[in-house]
Design a protein around this ligand. Structure first.
Ligand code: HEC
Length: 200
């Protein structure tokens, strides 16, 4: 066979191979592009405005944002047993998930020197109102947005009572809850170090 023909055949077949590879990749790229970008795994759905409205609250440390409603420790105990104890333990001591009760933070709020100290509502959270905001928005873990305002006040009353912060006859509402002073309230300080990048 003349040499130039060999070269043409050789180059021809490698060009064919390249074309085939391009086609293959091209096809899969088209197939990928046709799947809706929002659902790469084909599960779930977009949140509706109603879904979002259910948990769209902003409760601040001073109580701004708290709704009407109220709840007692006893009411909270019943709701807790039904909806929370399975994950957080019968008395908030923790089970498959976080403990909610801790009453000792060491002599000096000793978390930095004793990493084994548990951090929980009673010894670490600076504001009682956060407990309302978080519980209402995020719990129970598998059904967030299902608690009423009264349920949430009652649960908050019960968890604060388990942490020995409010008495057994406490009633939580939009005026009593912000007045609860948490043990860790004054333990956080503003970062006033100088000389580095200032982050506000
Ligand atoms: C299916 C298990 C499950 C159930 C039921 C559940 N939780 Fe939780 N809870 C979790 C998990 C998981 C976290 C940690 C979530 C995270 O860190 O993002 C958590 C965190 C919390 C925290 C914050 C703890 C901390 O100090 O960081 C509170 C408070 C809480 N849950 C309250 C409740 C209440 C009240 C209920 C009942 C209405 C409840 N949970 C039901 C799983 C559960």
């Amino acid at each position: 066979m003349p040499r130039f023909l060999t070269r043409v055949l050789h180059e021809g077949s490698s060009r064919g191979f390249v074309t085939a590879v391009l086609l293959l990749f091209g096809c899969s790229a088209v197939a990928l592009a046709q799947k809706p970008a929002a659902a790469p795994l084909g599960i779930g759905r977009a949140a509706t405005p109603a879904d979002i409205a259910k948990i769209d609250i902003d409760v601040r440390p001073d109580g701004q944002g708290l709704p009407e409603g109220q709840g007692t420790v006893a009411e909270g105990a019943a709701i807790y047993a039904a909806k929370c104890a399975s994950c957080h333990g019968k008395n908030g001591e923790g089970a498959s998930f976080d403990r909610l009760v801790a009453t000792d933070s060491g002599k000096n709020f000793d978390f930095a020197t004793n990493p084994k100290l548990p951090r929980a509502v009673g010894n670490y959270w600076p504001y009682a109102t956060t407990l309302y905001d978080y519980t209402y928005r995020a719990m129970p873990f598998m059904q967030p947005g299902t608690l009423s305002a009264n349920d949430t006040y009652a649960l908050v009353a019960y968890i604060l009572h388990l942490n020995k912060i409010v008495p057994e006859n406490a009633v939580m509402d939009r005026s009593t809850l912000p007045a609860v002073k948490m043990p860790a309230r004054d333990r956080f300080v503003m970062d006033n170090r100088k000389g580095g990048k200032v982050v506000k």
